[in-house]
Design a protein around this ligand. Structure first.
Ligand code: SF4
Length: 411
């Protein structure tokens, strides 16, 4: 059995075989996982400095020199690394932070991190996906589209499977509700319970739900549909909400109304929240950093203390950093264009198994073993369940953890 690291569901039931460096046979992989496995062997990176191929030792040495001489390095990515590598990365940031301002941030730092921090601090109640499969009769996909982002979410956990208390499942017992700005594949599945919002319309929609739950007339055009929604919510025995980037971008730092809505729903029936983090071990990084500093997605280490806040976010750090370590992500493709452009002007050290926009722009490229296939370790599923896995194929390549340990030694 192999594990799929194509998304944060970390499906553990994958049967796959490879021949001549490509996928020959696969069972239980969704289309996204299939693409992830297929692409694994294409466009692999080689150790490079300034576009010239070098030995791995030279690349590691140069990376260490750049980080050591930086006044404000940014260590970014981490969401596709094992927990072992993430721990090494946090230790490296702390070490660099003894003589510089070193910011470490993961891919959730400009999205789900704000919600995950509330989940980890216990302000928002959460549950496992196994609880969802066993008990949930209502699932709300809010600003998320698992049919596209986590394709086996509905079949393994939230809609189709039969669970301990949900033997009649989607045919009779489960209702799914989609709240989104577009009619996504998940929204199409939810049909009668799809609520289309204008961009940024989440706060008025929450106010409308709160009003209708209290028997007041909601201030929305389709009052009948809101009353139907209130009926479903009031009849729910056990509910789960899966907020995605759509909701979080819309709320930004105005989480209070969402928390108020959760509190109101929980007066009626249990309603849990599982943030829909995308990358395979985004939650692992959030948990490790939170345990260490009390903050989930980005901090700056400086002179032995950790600072947090908008001025220490990845967006702020990108403007003032003088060196970038990119690992477990492709920041030049993923970050907002202004931030990506700022990063591209700095010396980038890219640790990546595969070529990307970031490795193409990097001063130093260090190839690493592919997590899940060539590198084993520990990762945390989107709901906090820890999953240990072994590599399924041999590789001469160093793992992220080994590369970081060597850089750590050299700085
Ligand atoms: S749902 Fe995610 S983890 Fe599971 S097979 Fe698909 S891509 Fe891989």
């Amino acid at each position: 059995m192999a594990i799929c690291t194509g998304c944060s569901l970390l499906c553990e039931d994958i049967v796959a075989s490879f021949e001549n460096g490509s996928l020959k046979h696969a069972k239980n992989l969704c289309r996204k996982g299939h693409g992830h496995f297929q692409a694994a062997f294409t466009e692999r990176t080689r150790p490079m400095i300034d576009g010239e191929q070098v030995t791995i030792d030279k690349a590691v040495e140069r990376a260490a020199e750049i980080l050591k001489s930086a006044k404000s390095p940014l260590l970014y990515g981490w969401s596709n690394c094992t927990e072992e590598a993430q721990s090494e990365g946090i230790a490296l940031a702390e070490k660099l932070g003894a003589t510089a301002e070193a910011t470490i941030a993961c891919t959730t730092s400009f999205c789900e991190g704000i919600l995950m921090e509330r989940v980890l601090s216990g302000k928002i109640e959460t549950c496992t996906l196994d609880d969802v499969r066993n008990y949930a009769d209502t699932s709300i996909f809010w600003g998320s589209d698992p049919s596209s982002s986590h394709p086996r979410h509905l079949s393994r956990f939230s809609y189709y499977p039969r669970g301990e208390k949900r033997q009649r499942s989607y045919e009779e017992e489960r209702t799914c509700i989609a709240v989104d700005v577009r009619r996504s594949p998940t929204a199409q599945l939810c049909s009668n319970y799809y609520f289309r919002l204008p961009p940024g319309g989440d706060l008025p929609f929450m106010e409308a739900i709160l009003a209708v739950l209290d028997g007041k007339i909601p201030k929305v055009a389709d009052k009948k549909k809101m009353i139907e929604l209130a009926t479903v919510l009031k009849k729910t025995e056990w509910g789960a909400i899966f907020p995605g980037p759509g909701l979080i971008y819309s709320l930004q730092d105005k989480m209070e109304l969402f928390e108020q809505l959760l509190a109101r729903l929980n007066e009626i029936t249990p309603f849990k929240v599982v943030p829909m983090v995308a990358d395979c071990n985004a939650r692992g990084f959030n948990e490790l950093l939170f345990e260490k500093t009390g903050h989930a997605s980005s901090v700056s280490f400086n002179g032995g203390s950790a600072a947090y806040g908008p001025e220490h976010s990845v967006l702020a750090a990108a403007k003032k950093c003088d060196a970038v370590l990119a690992i477990g992500s492709d920041p030049l493709s993923e970050l907002p264009i202004g931030t990506a452009r700022a990063l591209a002007h700095q010396p980038i050290i890219a640790i990546d198994p595969r070529r990307s926009l970031t490795t193409d722009a990097a001063k130093v490229v260090i190839p690493s073993a592919l997590i899940g296939l060539e590198a084993g370790g520990t990762a945390v599923r989107m709901d906090g369940v820890k999953i240990k896995f072994e590599p399924v194929m041999n590789s001469e390549l160093l793992t992220d953890e080994q590369i970081l340990a060597r850089i750590m030694e050299a700085v």
